[in-house]
Design a protein around this ligand. Structure first.
Ligand SMILES: Cc1cc2nc3c(=O)[nH]c(=O)nc-3n(C[C@H](O)[C@H](O)[C@H](O)COP(=O)(O)OP(=O)(O)OC[C@H]3O[C@@H](n4cnc5c(N)ncnc54)[C@H](O)[C@@H]3O)c2cc1C
Length: 498
């Protein structure tokens, strides 16, 4: 079979890899994205069933404010994303029925938090979190050489440093538990339960484990612009694909990469199910556990070992797609975290996350109908191979009907997808979702940086720095593209303004 030759092969079309691909294409490199599926976007995409568009995984979108990665990407490429800014980003319903509105304005949010959790400590806690989150966002795009893996990285960092931002460094040693203790909130069990469920959807772990820098930023997610994309999040990856195709890029769908073999002359040979691909550069946009498998006979594999997390330390997800007729009690607000009294049956998770299609979004569902994407975490996905899909479909309908989302007899469609389905859709090891959870022992600079082998292979995606979520993987793609260009095409870096 003839070998297909490309300059840069990007593996996977998640938003990390597509970001890197778009920036490299902008700099004039010839890129090809190899995707096992027949559509782009990975965990942040949409699929059509029965005439409705469902989100595959991600539903909330931030990152478009100043100093944020998605804004940078759109400005660099000129891609127009038809996004609607949400007036109210999210509501949370506690097990006792208390409804909490996560207002986007800090003052309004503090007043709400004090109403629900008592005045003690709330203002100081949220003001500190917000201040940290602002510094983190401002620093992230200035420090594209972080985490450092060369002297050049350090030099770049020194040139870009703002001394006020050095105040962030000590915070990297603490956890959200320390922050709660500092503000006298650790004994406030109701508040801690709220914080834990919010952290789980944004940092994949609970307060004793989540680093302050990530945790504070994650908890302030709703204090930044939250957006809805009519038609579904696929519009984001589709915009990037169109940009690539207009810049001599190639999308190779239904192309499973099975192995990557570094060649003595410096290139890489990719063994794919549709024949070999030779690339001068490789950018892997897959979880580290997958990348480790792809390099199985190369020294790179051994070097990656220390970054790998075993299956009992990552999360899977169970997702439901529903279509129902809107009623007078269907909430106008789109995103809801619902704490579940007595936990979700069969799974043992404490909350579900419900995202509704916008009432005016005729691209996803005709007027009067609503598409809901519901998800919950599944701990130890390798062990929990859930078979009882129908039981869970019945449960979600009854639970949401009891919460006033719809009447049970107005549900037109319901379908659950297990961690097994995730494994099939995304190819991610054990169907793991949302990247690596935050663990206390892992500091930001101990996360894997974008250089994979110190040669011509690079990494991005939600298991490398800075981790999960659309803004996180977008930043990882920006970092991978910048490092590749700085290492090998210094003259082209200036084509991307910082
Ligand atoms: C249920 C759920 C809800 C979420 N909610 C949100 C949210 O509301 N907001 C938010 O910001 N984030 C959310 N996230 C997280 C976010 O979606 C992910 O962190 C992010 O999209 C991951 O992007 P990635 O670049 O790491 O690649 P991935 O999305 O993992 O994409 C990897 C791609 O590689 C392909 N692939 C895998 N193996 C191979 C191979 N061998 N050869 C070729 N192709 C291959 C896959 O098919 C896939 O398309 C959610 C995730 C899940 C699962």
């Amino acid at each position: 079979m003839e070998t297909h030759k490309v300059q840069v092969a990007l593996i996977g079309s998640g938003l990390g890899a597509l970001t890197a691909a778009a920036l490299l294409a902008k700099a004039g490199l010839q890129v090809a994205v190899l995707e096992q599926n027949n559509y782009p976007g990975g965990c942040a995409s949409s699929y059509k069933r029965k005439g409705f568009w469902f989100e595959t995984g991600a539903t909330t979108l931030v990152g478009l404010d100043p100093h944020m990665p998605l804004r940078y990407l759109l400005e660099q490429t000129g891609i127009q994303l038809p996004a609607i800014r949400l007036e109210l980003p999210m509501q949370v319903r506690l097990t006792d029925g208390t409804l909490i509105t996560r207002y986007p304005d800090l003052e309004a949010w503090i007043t709400e938090a004090e109403r629900v959790f008592g005045e003690a400590g709330q203002r100081a806690f949220w003001e500190e979190c917000y201040q940290i989150s602002q510094k983190v966002w401002r620093t992230s795009l200035r420090q594209l050489s972080f985490p450092f893996s060369s002297v050049g990285d350090l030099w770049e960092a020194l040139k870009a440093v703002e001394w006020s931002q050095l105040g962030l460094v000590p915070k990297a040693f603490g956890t959200v538990r320390d922050l709660l203790r500092k503000h006298g909130l650790l004994e406030n069990a109701r508040f801690v339960a709220f914080v834990d469920q919010q952290l789980l959807i944004t940092a994949q772990n609970h307060h004793p484990e989540v680093n302050v820098l990530f945790g504070a930023t994650a908890l302030c997610y709703t204090l930044y612009g939250n957006y809805y994309v009519p038609g579904g999040l696929r519009k984001l990856s589709e915009g990037l694909v169109q940009y690539l195709e207009e810049h001599q890029g190639e999308m190779l769908y239904r192309r499973v990469v099975r192995q990557i073999v570094p060649q003595p002359a410096g290139a890489y040979l990719l063994d794919t199910d549709k024949g070999p691909v030779q690339a001068e550069f490789v950018v892997c946009g897959l979880p580290l556990n997958n990348v480790h498998q792809l390099f199985q006979h190369a020294p790179t594999s051994a070097k990656l070992q220390r970054y790998l997390l075993p299956p009992d330390q990552v999360n899977g997800a169970l997702t439901w797609g529903l279509v129902f007729e809107r009623t007078s009690t269907t909430p106008d607000l789109l995103h809801h975290q619902l704490h579940v009294p007595g936990k979700v049956p069969l799974l043992g998770s404490d909350s579900i996350f419900v995202s509704l299609s916008h009432p005016d979004d005729a691209l996803r569902a005709p007027k009067g109908l609503c598409v809901a994407s519901v998800s919950t975490h599944v701990a130890r996905p390798q062990e929990q191979w859930i078979e009882e899909k129908q039981e869970l479909e019945k449960w979600v309908v009854q639970f949401l009907a009891a919460q006033g989302f719809f009447h049970e007899d107005q549900v037109r469609f319901v379908q659950a997808a297990t961690p097994g389905a995730w494994l099939e859709w995304t190819g991610r090891a054990w169907g793991q979702v949302g990247g690596y959870p935050q663990y206390q022992r892992i500091k930001p600079w101990q996360m894997k940086d974008a250089r994979l082998d110190g040669k011509k292979a690079y990494l991005c995606g939600d298991t490398v720095y800075p981790g999960q979520g659309i803004p996180g993987v977008c930043l990882s793609g920006i970092i991978a593209a910048h490092k590749l260009l700085r290492d090998h095409f210094k003259d082209k870096v200036q084509l991307l303004h910082q």
